[in-house]
Design a protein around this ligand. Structure first.
Ligand code: KIV
Length: 289
């Protein structure tokens, strides 16, 4: 699906939110960290649909179309089966629903690791088909050449180190990383390699807090934490986790709502009214004039 479709105010159920405005840029995000300091922390959330993007956009600097959509939207067991088609479709929806935030789309497993050329083909497709501003990819030193290749060809890249969910089969699970000295040193050197290769920002996920701080202090570009530290340059959460959509709550998630209860309560009341024939009522039916 192409991004050439725009939200149409005459047919959309929702008003554009906020009013169309100048979008933030990747250089603007990068320059929020100056001389190792970020005066205003960077706010990032995941988004997968146009309406969700509309609601989050006014509050966020970055919207990430994460490959977490595999589990969150599609009910898959991990992010590994996520395809480039899925990312392109959801990426285009999120760009359509947003006016303010920088939109980034995750490169899914198997679409970039083989070579810089493969990564360029996948990333350029995402930029063309969605209108997103850049991509995120997982991995450290081994991805540095790819980050440099993409960046020098006009594709901004956000790195992702620490717990990298696409490597779950190598890591053996989703446990916090950086508990041994060797692992901690590797995470910091991975982040340095990505920053030197041109990554404009780096996600550090699921690491013990001192490592999140060490990574933040080690690189000149912004570091966005998830299961990291409040001392990172910004934070990201999976929106559905933050909204309380799921029963399982990882330690690093704070629930700001209990949306699952809201949805299931509404469905229960609706079902009761349908069965009692009290819905639709007079207000919801068309009467002869
Ligand atoms: O896929 C995703 O949602 C992510 C974030 C958790 C950083 O990579």
């Amino acid at each position: 699906m192409s991004t050439t479709f725009q939200l149409d105010t005459s047919t959309s159920r929702a008003n554009p939110t906020p009013a169309p405005m100048k979008r933030l840029t990747v250089p603007a995000i990068r320059s929020r960290k100056q001389d190792g300091q970020t005066a205003e922390p960077i706010v990032m959330l995941t988004a997968y649909t146009a309406r969700q993007a509309q609601l989050l956009d006014p509050h966020c600097d970055l919207l990430l179309v994460g490959d977490s959509l595999g589990q969150v939207i599609y009910g898959l067991p991990s992010s590994l089966p996520v395809t480039l088609d899925m990312m392109a479709n959801h990426g285009a929806a999120v760009v359509r629903g947003s006016y303010h935030a920088v939109v980034l789309v995750d490169l899914p497993f198997g679409t970039y690791e083989a070579s810089p050329e493969q990564a360029f083909a996948s990333s350029s497709r995402l930029l063309k088909e969605t209108g997103c501003a850049g991509v995120k990819l997982e991995g450290g030193e081994e991805m540095a050449a790819t980050v440099s290749f993409l960046t020098r060809r006009g594709i901004p890249v956000m790195g992702h180190v620490g717990l990298t969910p696409q490597a779950v089969n190598v890591l053996g699970g989703y446990n916090a990383r950086g508990r041994s000295e060797a692992e901690a040193a590797k995470i910091v050197s991975d982040a340095r390699a990505l920053a030197e290769a041109g990554a404009f920002a780096i996600v550090v996920e699921g690491v013990v807090e001192p490592i999140a701080v060490a990574v933040t202090e080690a690189v000149p570009c912004p570091v966005i934490g998830i299961g990291g530290s409040a001392r990172c340059d910004g934070q990201v959460l999976v929106t559905e986790d933050m909204l309380g959509m799921f029963e399982r709550v990882p330690r690093f998630v704070k629930r700001y709502e209990a949306i699952a209860e809201v949805i299931s309560g509404a469905a229960e009341r609706y079902a009761g009214e349908v069965r009692a024939r009290t819905f639709p009522g007079i207000e919801q039916t068309y009467q002869p004039r």
